[in-house]
Design a protein around this ligand. Structure first.
Ligand SMILES: Nc1ncnc2c1ncn2[C@@H]1O[C@H](COP(=O)(O)OP(=O)(O)OP(=O)(O)O)[C@@H](O)[C@H]1O
Ligand SMILES: [Mg+2]
Length: 134
């Protein structure tokens, strides 16, 4: 399969354990979904159902009290759950990013959303260009 057709993100049987004493064992329990190139995937669920926990797990930014206990997360085929901190930092600069939940604090209200997303892509591609020139 060509890279253009391979999934961008695959979440397979992902479970994340809550700390002892929580109201249930898992924040997310055997979650599966795939994001293909060009696709927009929305996770929908009631408050507390684990949408943010999934996003934080994908980004490698999960709170220490929560633990991915099974499954895998493949970003363009690379298992995020097995990646080192350095590799995760590199991936967060180049392949994945997150707009955090409170848009009034995560986004700049005097810029359009499009301009803010574009800024990330422009700074990433100029960083990649200067890295390949050196
Ligand atoms: N740092 C944490 N410590 C303990 N429990 C946590 C922590 N973060 C999340 N949880 C628990 O994990 C579960 C999933 O929370 P999460 O924030 O992912 O929900 P959500 O679907 O994003 O909700 P919302 O729609 O309100 O944003 C909840 O039971 C929450 O209390
Ligand atoms: Mg949330």
């Amino acid at each position: 399969m060509s890279d253009a057709k391979k999934p961008v993100l695959e979440v397979r049987n992902l479970s994340v354990t809550l700390p002892k004493g929580a109201d249930r064992e898992f924040a997310v329990d055997k979650v599966n979904f795939t994001v293909n190139p060009g696709e927009i995937v929305c996770l929908v669920g009631e408050s507390g159902s684990g949408k943010s926990v999934i996003a934080f797990t994908v980004m490698g930014l999960l709170a220490k009290a929560l633990k991915p206990s099974s499954g895998e997360i493949l970003l363009q085929g690379e298992n995020i759950l097995a990646a080192s901190e350095d590799r995760l930092r590199e991936l967060r600069c180049t392949r994945m990013s997150m707009i955090f939940q409170e848009p009034m604090t995560a986004l700049n209200p005097v810029m359009t959303c499009g301009d803010q997303i574009d800024e990330v892509l422009r700074s990433t591609s100029s960083r990649a260009a200067s890295a390949s020139a050196s």
